[in-house]
Design a protein around this ligand. Structure first.
Ligand code: SF4
Length: 403
């Protein structure tokens, strides 16, 4: 496979130069392999990285800017773009920067498809169509602040699970907690001023009640027989800090309808709080982590009052109670596939029942992330990491499934 450089000018116009072989970054800068490249899938977002100069086999292109791609849902990134930043190159906002190049005059990316679902295909609305849906639903329950929050997220952030509340489809969002007990470097709902870029989502500003949550859950499940309602969304902190409210919302919901799945997306930091939700009838849990190594986990999550051991204890608890257990693995080439990471992952997965690992692409400036967690010693390639998960009999995906 002959591949060439795809790059941008400062205004973001895209150019191809087939005479140059671009380098990629897998924790170690190298040439991409043919089996790591696919044609850029529909819904890919091409981006210029201002002041980042693309590296090639024949040197750094100092007059050109790096082109990177943000992948659509359902794809996992395998390699980062390799670039040399200018001294004044800004910190990049929270996107999943993926290596891109040209093959046969078409844009290609270093990625693999890890899931497929119509519910997660890129969406478009006719003018006013979404607003009409929001207004009609809110009119049925005007005082419900959960609806107000998911309407904001539907309108301003294009959040799929928020829009599903109004589309009466698939997995619906139930934001519950404005507070968090972690300070993730790449948090999408709250960033420290010195980060140099804003959080892409607006953190929910109030504590929703069990009654508000249950009304949204019941309305959804009464209309979507195999639907999912999920606590723990991108716009909130850690839901387990409000486990009493969640447990009561689950009880109120199950008092009315028994179909569908009640799911919790969480950092799983408080096993006791999770137990409370399980006792109330929680059926599925998706636990987020960036690493199976305590030091790499702590460097990114910056946890307040808990450790990775608490997270593992929660996962074992959910497995022991027969819940559907998924891990939301925030993947990053050079970290997820580093040999010590693969060994730690192998040890945990061999001892713990996990139904699925969602290999999500971590959205962060790679320079910053490597600065926080360190560059790898022996990266084995993201394909090898995903193969290792599958060889242990654990499903690989990108979305929450009920079976
Ligand atoms: S656990 Fe979630 S809400 Fe909390 S800091 Fe991390 S990303 Fe943000």
């Amino acid at each position: 496979m002959i591949y060439g450089l795809a790059y941008c000018d400062r205004d973001g116009r895209i150019y191809f130069d087939e005479s140059r072989r671009p380098l990629a970054d897998g924790g170690i800068v190298r040439m991409p392999q043919a089996d790591e490249l696919i044609a850029a899938p529909s819904g890919s977002l091409a981006m210029v990285l201002p002041g980042c100069r693309p590296r090639t086999g024949s040197g750094t292109q100092r007059r050109r800017h790096t082109l990177a791609v943000a992948l659509p849902a359902g794809y996992t990134r395998l390699l980062l773009p390799a670039f040399e930043p200018d001294a004044d190159a800004p910190t990049l906002p929270l996107f999943g920067y993926t290596f891109a190049c040209v093959v046969d005059d078409a844009l290609h990316v270093a990625a693999m498809q890890t899931d497929e679902s119509d519910a997660w295909k890129p969406r478009t609305f006719a003018p006013g169509e979404l607003e009409k849906l929001l207004d009609r639903r809110i009119a049925l329950d005007p005082g419900n602040r959960v609806l107000r929050q998911v309407a904001l997220c539907s309108r301003e952030h294009g959040c799929f699970t928020a829009q599903n509340v109004f589309l009466e489809n698939g997995e619906a969002a139930l934001p519950v907690s404005p507070r968090c007990n972690a300070r993730c470097v790449g948090c999408i709902s709250e960033q420290e001023p010195e980060a140099g870029f804003p959080a892409p989502q607006t953190r929910v500003a109030f504590e929703t009640t069990a009654e508000e949550l249950a009304r949204v859950a019941v309305y959804h499940l009464e209309r979507v027989p195999n639907g999912i309602v999920s606590f723990g969304q991108g716009c909130e902190g850690e839901p387990l800090l409000r486990s009493v409210t969640m447990a009561r919302a689950i009880t109120l919901t199950r008092a009315v309808c028994s179909n569908g799945t009640i799911n919790l997306n969480t950092n799983a930091s408080v096993p006791k709080a999770l137990q409370r939700c399980i006792d109330a009838g929680l059926q599925a849990v998706r636990v987020s982590l960036n690493s199976f190594r305590p030091s790499v986990y702590a460097a990114y999550y910056r946890p307040l009052g808990y450790t990775l051991d608490d997270v593992f204890e929660s996962v074992r608890l959910a497995a022991a109670h027969g819940l559907r257990v998924s891990l939301n693995l925030l993947t990053h080439p050079g970290v997820t596939d580093d040999e010590p990471e693969l060994l730690a992952m192998h040890e945990f997965l061999r001892a713990t029942r996990i139904d699925m690992i969602q290999t999500r692409t971590l959205n962060i400036d790679p320079r910053w992330y490597f600065g926080v967690v360190g560059r790898p010693s022996k990266p084995r390639g993201m394909r090898a990491a995903i193969d290792a998960i599958q060889r242990l009999g654990v499903g690989v995906g990108n979305f929450t499934h009920t079976h």
